[in-house]
Design a protein around this ligand. Structure first.
Ligand SMILES: [Zn+2]
Length: 117
């Protein structure tokens, strides 16, 4: 399951639990699912529950969270050098950052060319 699918699944469960247990206060239900009250209120709102990692990425790269979610759900990652999305097999995954592998990275190549000329 992708992060967004997981969030949607949790949203469905929370809404169901909320609907079926009108006498149970929100904090108790939130605790039952192991989430905070703030997150539960977010999930109960009729909005797409984008994972916070998508929101952070959107902010970092200056794109909408919708665009980030659309690509990330397909296994695409943003390259800060190329300023575009690329499939995971072109990327070097290591540590906490996913980076575009240098061999595929047009932005990097351009940058290198510029600096040597
Ligand atoms: Zn790149």
């Amino acid at each position: 399951m992708t992060p967004l699918q997981e969030a949607l699944e949790l949203q469905k469960k929370i809404k169901k639990a909320r609907g079926q247990n009108p006498d149970i206060p929100d904090p108790i239900i939130a605790k039952r699912f192991g989430i905070g009250l703030y997150k539960m209120k977010q999930l109960l709102a009729d909005e797409v529950p984008y994972p916070s990692s998508y929101k952070q990425t959107a902010k970092r790269i200056g794109r909408t969270v919708e665009e980030v979610a659309e690509h990330r759900e397909q296994g695409m990652h943003w390259c800060t050098h190329c300023k575009d999305w690329f499939p995971l097999d072109q990327l070097k995954v290591g540590g906490s950052n996913t980076k575009h592998a240098a061999a595929h990275c047009e932005g990097r190549k351009r940058k290198r060319k510029q600096s040597t000329s």
